[in-house]
Ligand binder design. Structure first.
Ligand SMILES: [Zn+2]
Length: 144
């Protein structure tokens, strides 16, 4: 399944009304294709969190041309299942990102020696730095 119209036709078959009733929701899911041309564009919206976000954008339900209310969440679930065969979480996608040094953020650019000598003043920042560094270093093992 690829084009939003195909998904919309599937919605009309499943929930009634016309394909046009559902097209906006399906187009929203696939908009990320505009800036990432292969299937990986789906990482941005094709997951459980994306489905709930679609509900916040389009409302809890849409009313199709038969006059029936259809939960937007059901439309999103149909879309993601048609594309992926299941509904992954955002974590399923994000955990596949290979960590890069720039992802650390600027906090890790601070050297320990440059942290405040008054530990009580900079304690929480220092703790955050150490916690993050430990996690990030673990993520980096074998990736450099
Ligand atoms: Zn899609």
């Amino acid at each position: 399944m690829a084009h939003p119209l195909k998904h919309a036709q599937g919605s009309a078959k499943k929930f009634g009304g016309q394909a046009e009733d559902y097209l906006a929701v399906h187009k929203w899911f696939d908009e990320s294709k505009a800036f990432f041309a292969d299937f990986r564009h789906r990482a941005l919206r094709h997951h459980a969190e994306g489905i709930f976000l679609s509900e916040r954008i389009f409302g809890v339900t849409i009313t199709n041309s038969d006059g029936n209310q259809v939960p937007v969440r059901y439309i999103g679930e149909q879309h993601v299942k048609e594309d992926l065969g299941r509904i992954p979480t955002a974590q399923d996608w994000l955990s596949q990102i290979k960590p890069q040094r720039w992802m650390y953020g600027q906090r890790l650019a601070i050297e320990r020696s440059r942290l405040p000598s008054d530990v009580s003043k900079g304690q929480s920042e220092y703790k955050e730095f150490i916690d993050c560094k430990g996690r990030c270093d673990a993520a980096f093992q074998g990736n450099e």
